[in-house]
Design a protein around this ligand. Sequence first.
Ligand SMILES: Cc1cc2nc3c(=O)[nH]c(=O)nc-3n(C[C@H](O)[C@H](O)[C@H](O)COP(=O)(O)OP(=O)(O)OC[C@H]3O[C@@H](n4cnc5c(N)ncnc54)[C@H](O)[C@@H]3O)c2cc1C
Length: 458
Amino acid sequence: MTEIAIIGAGPAGLMAAWQAAKKGHQVTVYERSSFTGGMSASFELAGQNVDFGSHRLHPATPPHLLEEIKKLLGEDLQVRERNGRIRLYDRWVSFPLRSTNMVRHLPLKFSFGSALDILSQPFISKKNESFDDEVTQRLGKTVSSEFYNPYAKKLWGIPANQIDSELARRRVSATSPFSILQRLLKSSTPSGRIFLYPKNGYGQIVECLTEAAVSAGVDIKLEQEVKAINLEEGRCSMELPTGNEQFAFVWSTIPLTLLPEIVTPTPPQQIRHAAKSLRIRSMVLVYLILDQSQFTEYDAHYLPGPETRMTRLSEPKNYRDGPDPENRTVLCAEIPCWQQDEIWSMSDQDLGAMILDDIERLGLPKPRHNQTEVRRLPSVYPIFEKSTNQQRSDLLDWGNSLEGLSTFGRQGLAVPDNLHHTLVMGWEAAASLDNEGNFDKKNWEESLRKFESHVVED
Ligand SMILES: Cc1cc2nc3c(=O)[nH]c(=O)nc-3n(C[C@H](O)[C@H](O)[C@H](O)COP(=O)(O)OP(=O)(O)OC[C@H]3O[C@@H](n4cnc5c(N)ncnc54)[C@H](O)[C@@H]3O)c2cc1C
């Protein structure tokens, strides 16, 4: 029996733990916080479960994993139709975009501009070094300058021409105006707008995964922040609040940028510098508890423009048909920020006032606001800055070269991936493990290459 330590009880760590335990290995998961599920967890607020920002299980989930999730959740996993709106040119347009709605609501300037872009596309010079170049080349100048570039600046905090084109490849699924058209037609039918969501909140997925892992024999230790990992001379030991523990190997799902600080042998200076130079965008989540049964009928309002600080406003109750209180609802506003800026350190009260002000300026109904709650997530969006491309690739190469440790998960590979992508990673890690406990590095490297083709669903 091989002893495996997994750092982080998010979806990636839980799936890896469950599958490895099912193969008969002894698995211990060390989680820093007091709950499992990482960013995909839910928590209770005013008698209802809310998520860490708007979360959906996308139909793009690979069928074998969707099957497992369906088995775990049974009828609690509901099939829902998306009902969101996006703010474009001071108007609300259905999101995901629908052709009829767009024709009615988008200004002619935008439609003509986009049409002209399609015609002139073959003559655009093929330069795709930045996010801006990539989106312009694929979708035209109008779509990039009017929509994607302002949104990129708001989300990642730097201009789109300073972001590497790789992030566009991973974040923007439309590859041409024609593929946008195909999507428009698809999302104009109810079946093209479906998503999956558990009755008791998104966190029910990771709760079920936790139970499955524990039933398979996994030991999950909460409030155990891993402070040091020693990989010297073929050993693999970890420094934990409860003392030192020895393992055959470690799977880490914590931020890749933290590893050089806690791994011995100490990596070269160049790697430690690389880790420090990669910036990760943080997020403040502002929850407004309202004394009313529903705020609007929409599940989420998408706000790409600079006129508001929040990028999305969601109403968790509208994502499900669940056991939620009758006379109360909660709104969740997502505000991307840096840990050094004023948003991160603003008081809960001021953040609440700022969101209420945004809501008023958007012309949304006046909410019957009772209380504000705030959560701060330090590592949310990895930024593929053009200026740190080399450092990013050096750090990944170092992380993947370690003997006795493999790093994966959204933070472990510093990627913007969805939950279903990170479940694939956990699944594949366990698949690289044979019954004798040998980890097939070649197979794993092949999996790492496949993960590079993940494209985020919004
Ligand atoms: C606002 C927002 C909206 C999203 N919406 C969607 C969506 O609609 N659909 C979708 O599929 N995905 C969505 N995602 C992505 C999804 O949340 C992530 O892909 C998923 O949670 C990543 O899982 P993970 O296990 O890789 O990492 P995480 O969930 O980040 O888990 C990592 C775990 O490691 C723990 N940890 C960190 N450091 C240590 C340490 N030193 N010692 C021990 N433990 C440690 C953390 O506490 C955490 O529990 C969204 C993410 C955000 C932020």
